[in-house]
Design a protein around this ligand. Structure first.
Ligand SMILES: NC(=O)c1ccc[n+]([C@@H]2O[C@H](COP(=O)([O-])OP(=O)(O)OC[C@H]3O[C@@H](n4cnc5c(N)ncnc54)[C@H](O)[C@@H]3O)[C@@H](O)[C@H]2O)c1
Length: 464
């Protein structure tokens, strides 16, 4: 059985305590900002792609990237036979030649980065590897690095992403696909066109019953009742690693699906910024109950003291006077929702009710069904690529995201969602852990842009 000690041994995490030193470290270390690193054209003119971590998430990325005719996957790296076999099947189904495979030690990716030349490296590994791998890729000279969500776990890691991107000139994109969800982009367009008036308040969260993902029998991705309950090396997918974060950490462990869209609505890091947060967590019950219900009271995991509260609530204030409520809810029985609410002085969108109210346009005190509004304000990216996105992962938003990233690469442009977004959004994890550990105390966000937020202009998914 994997234990808490194994987890701490194999990760750089030490929970909330790590956050405390980060503000000092950042101030000591303000690098000179290098100009954007441009890519050198490949011999065949194609975009050279590398992958680190080839598990379930990367299969969705392979499907999209392999459909772009001007790309070539040069090399991939993983440590698991299971994931590499799954990858081989994906390439076979797509009729594509297998790239060079780097496999072996946990640091084999460093050899891949040393030996190969890439235009972009995509990282879809367990959370504890995101920053070491992103930093190594940028330092190895890769001009574009895409990292899965959340990007970073500690405040030091947030700064490492910012400092390394600034020092090297490599573009770091947080692969926050929900920013590309069709309704999220339509409401961004509505907000930009002033339909909601001056924005005042947003709500969002990650409300997803992951109990059957945090445990499985090593054969099925989702736990099947009646089978063996495993986590760690005997399991597959996120049950190998994600469950240990629920044992060791109490905070909003996965804030970016919610806060990414909010960050774009409110122009965070571009004329606005997060100022402070306060977080509280409920007691932890869901995972223990799941273990006992499925494995019995004598199951070895029944003794585990899961630290993660079932529902974590974070309140954030911005410098422009908006407030945001972010929820993390992964251990309870419930249908999926990201719980968006986008509100201003003239109306609001309420995702869970699929409703919109716009003063002067909707009947007084009555909701409109949101569908008509969302269709009317459909974003250009969806109008252009919606058909191609139809069969891609997560309702097509994965395809739109990859298209937007690869368009930036083709044109040597800055990434749509950058290192400052990655840091500010991911910082919620470390700060919420620290706030909860200290009775819900209010904590300041650092300014990862070091003052640049004042003059930076909105950039994400602008329509001409
Ligand atoms: N944006 C989304 O909608 C979305 C959806 C699912 C997962 N994710 C994110 O994607 C990432 C991967 O999740 P997943 O579901 O694919 O998990 P997974 O466990 O299926 O895949 C992770 C892979 O990384 C490999 N790995 C671990 N350590 C490694 C190392 N040192 N070197 C090379 N490979 C290593 C594992 O062997 C595994 O194959 C996570 O950050 C997760 O949060 C995002």
């Amino acid at each position: 059985m994997s234990t808490r000690r194994d987890f701490l041994k194999t990760t750089a995490l030490a929970g909330a305590g790590l956050a405390a030193t980060s503000f000092m470290r950042a101030a000591e270390k303000a690098p000179i900002v290098a100009p954007q690193r441009k890519r050198t054209p490949s011999k065949d003119g194609r975009i050279r792609v590398g992958f680190i971590g080839c598990g379930f998430r990367s299969q969705e990325h392979f499907n999209n990237v392999l459909s772009f005719l001007d790309t070539r996957v040069v090399a991939i790296c993983d440590i698991s036979d299971f994931s590499l076999n799954m990858t081989k099947e994906t390439f076979k189904k797509k009729g594509k030649e297998l790239p060079k495979i780097y496999q072996g030690s946990e640091h084999e990716y460093e050899n891949m980065l040393k030996n190969e030349e890439f235009d972009v490296v995509l990282i879809a590994s367990p959370w504890e590897w995101h920053v070491p791998m992103s930093v190594a890729a940028m330092k190895a000279g890769v001009p574009y690095v895409g990292v899965e969500v959340s990007a970073a776990n500690t405040m030091d890691e947030c700064w490492d992403l910012v400092n390394t991107s600034e020092e090297t000139g490599s573009q770091l994109m947080i692969l926050e696909n929900v920013c590309y969800r069709r309704d999220v982009m339509a409401t961004l367009k509505m907000a930009r066109e002033g339909l909601f008036g001056e924005l005042t308040h947003c709500r969002c969260g990650y409300e997803h019953d992951l109990r059957a993902v945090k445990f499985n029998d090593g054969k099925s991705y989702s736990y099947v009742p009646g089978t063996e309950l495993k986590m760690g090396p005997g399991a597959i997918g996120e049950a190998v690693w994600r469950t240990f974060h629920s044992i060791e950490r109490n905070g909003d462990l996965y804030p970016t699906h919610g806060i990414g869209p909010v960050g774009n609505w409110l122009n965070i890091n571009r004329g606005n910024r997060f100022v402070k947060l306060s977080s509280m967590a409920t007691k932890s019950r869901g995972l223990h109950k799941f273990v006992v219900d499925n494995g019995g009271p004598n199951h070895p995991y029944a003794d585990i003291n899961f630290k993660l509260g079932d529902i974590v609530t974070t309140m954030i204030e911005t410098i422009n006077g908006e407030t945001i409520i972010v929820t993390h809810d992964t251990n309870s029985p419930r249908p999926y929702s990201l719980g968006f609410r986008l509100q201003g002085t003239e109306g609001l969108w309420y995702n869970d009710g699929d409703t919109i109210y716009i003063e002067g346009k909707s009947k007084p005190h009555q909701w409109d069904k949101s569908a008509d509004w969302l269709q009317k304000y459909d974003h250009t990216l969806w109008k252009k690529y919606g058909d191609a996105a139809q069969n891609a992962g997560h309702g097509g938003m994965d395809y739109i995201m990859m298209t937007d990233l690869f368009n930036a690469i083709r044109e040597n442009k800055p990434v749509p969602l950058d290192c400052y977004d990655a840091a500010a959004w991911s910082a919620i994890s470390a700060l919420s852990e620290q706030s909860i550990a200290n009775g819900g105390v209010s904590l300041d966000f650092p300014d990862f842009t070091r003052g640049k937020w004042i003059n930076r202009k909105p950039h994400f998914a602008l329509e001409s």
